[in-house]
Design a protein around this ligand. Structure first.
Ligand SMILES: Nc1ncnc2c1ncn2[C@@H]1O[C@H](COP(=O)(O)OP(=O)(O)OP(=O)(O)O)[C@@H](O)[C@H]1O
Ligand SMILES: [Mg+2]
Length: 417
């Protein structure tokens, strides 16, 4: 059961937001909207609530304030900073003026995130930026894993960097460490997690791909298999690298950020925030990824941004947050839409949910409206030409073309009577 998750974010005068309030649900949250509307900025603002060190990544306005309300092990908390905390001197030049608490809220404890290790101990979300390619690195052996305190500090300090591609977690070392430790009697939770990961990979891969971990050789190079062919970690195609790095990062985070006895991935709750989840993925995989992640990480909250109508079509009810097209000096109040888009087709999601305006101008749409004009005006020859043109661009089993063909047949029959 999810007993640790982010409930909402409040921001004033940070980045382009004069005021932003977003509510999240406990499970999946897909933030969609056009380029530049502020999706990545929402994730960055959340990261600032847990650690002020990276505030230089955001332009701060006078009177800036931001906090995140969350539940941590059933306790209601508010993390962040009240107005007057920061002094703005110029671009990338913001300093701390005084430690000001976020305002209190009944039944909720307010936490000033100035003691980073202390706040990460209470709640440590994982941020994954849009850069997911795995660069080659030679591993020379097992590396002693960091203590929990060091790990928490590292996650907290690198959260905004992760989002902006300035920091990446080392998943290859994690794989090699597992190879050395997995059969040791003390590696109880690591073994359970490892087996869960190895069993899950073939299930999350696209149909027929049989994505699997095979072995790690004497040269300490982990080997995988896709479509029946073995390949090294860095040889995996971008899509497989993207999904593998998300999954391995989450395993590493669960194991590193929790105390012993609390590190089983299937039971872990907490929040993972991913920028552009659909990156590099074929539409089929975009469509199945949500359920795949939910199976591997059943209790984890995901807050992800996306440009993919397929990912949105896979969302359950109350999981899609649509950001408006225009922005400026206005107040944003966003929350997951109560709608479910599984029955919508891609065009409908693109135009009505994601605000894509140019669909009406597509050649197909123009030809269809021209054909219907011919029907209305009884122009048989012109309708025939319009249908021929449509057949060149339409799907072979397009129902509108079939309707037009039936209308043409009826018009020809009437004319011949
Ligand atoms: N560090 C920053 N400080 C101030 N404003 C910023 C900063 N970064 C981005 N912005 C503003 O926020 C706007 C939205 O940027 P953001 O990266 O959040 O968009 P996005 O929705 O993630 O777009 P995309 O889909 O292209 O990734 C930018 O156009 C810019 O005006
Ligand atoms: Mg972005």
């Amino acid at each position: 059961m999810q007993n640790s998750y982010i409930e909402s974010l409040h921001v004033k005068n940070v980045r382009q937001f004069s005021e932003l309030n977003v509510k999240f649900n406990k499970g999946f949250n897909f933030i969609a909207g056009p380029n530049g509307c502020g999706k990545t900025s929402i994730l960055a603002c959340i990261s600032h609530c847990f650690n002020y060190n990276n505030i230089l990544y955001s332009r701060i306005g006078e009177g800036a304030e931001f906090w995140t309300d969350l539940t941590s092990k059933d306790e209601k908390l508010r993390f962040g900073f009240g107005t007057g905390t920061f002094e703005v001197k110029g671009y990338r030049n913001t300093s701390l003026k005084s430690w000001n608490h976020a305002p209190s809220d009944e039944g909720r404890k307010t936490i000033l995130s100035h003691d980073v290790s202390n706040s990460a101990e209470i709640f440590c979300p994982l941020f994954l930026g849009a850069n997911r390619s795995i660069k080659y690195k030679q591993i020379s052996g097992m590396q002693r894993e960091q203590t929990r305190d060091q790990t928490l500090n590292a996650y907290s300090n690198s959260s905004t960097q992760q989002l902006h591609g300035d920091h990446q977690q080392d998943i290859k070392q994690w794989f090699v460490n597992r190879y050395f430790m997995i059969d040791k009697p003390w590696a109880i939770e690591e073994r359970i997690n490892w087996e869960h990961m190895v069993n899950s990979l073939p299930k999350i891969g696209p149909f027929d791909s049989d994505f699997s971990y095979i072995r790690t050789g004497k040269d300490l190079e982990p080997i995988f298999s896709i479509y029946g062919e073995e390949c090294y970690l860095e040889e995996l195609s971008s899509g497989f690298q993207a999904v593998l790095s998300i999954i391995a990062n989450i395993f590493e985070w669960v194991e590193g950020s929790r105390p012993d006895g609390d590190r089983k991935v299937t039971e872990a709750s907490g929040t993972v925030l991913i920028d552009e989840l659909d990156l590099h993925l074929h539409p089929e995989w975009q469509f199945t990824l949500r359920n795949g992640l939910e199976k591997i990480f059943p209790n984890i909250q995901f807050i992800v941004t996306t440009h993919s109508p397929h990912l949105l079509a896979s969302a359950q009810q109350g999981e899609v947050i649509v950001m408006p097209k225009t922005y400026g000096r206005e107040i944003y109040n966003l929350e997951p839409s109560s709608k479910m888009y599984s029955g919508w087709n891609t065009d409908q999601i693109l135009s009505e949910v994601m605000g894509v305006r140019s669909l009406d101008n597509k050649q197909y749409e123009q030809l269809v409206s021209k054909a219907f004009e011919c029907v209305e005006n009884g122009l048989v020859l012109e309708l025939e030409t319009a249908i021929d043109n449509l057949l060149l661009v339409a799907h072979p089993s397009d129902t509108i073309v079939m309707v037009l063909q039936a209308k043409l047949a009826a018009m020809v029959a009437t004319k011949n009577d």
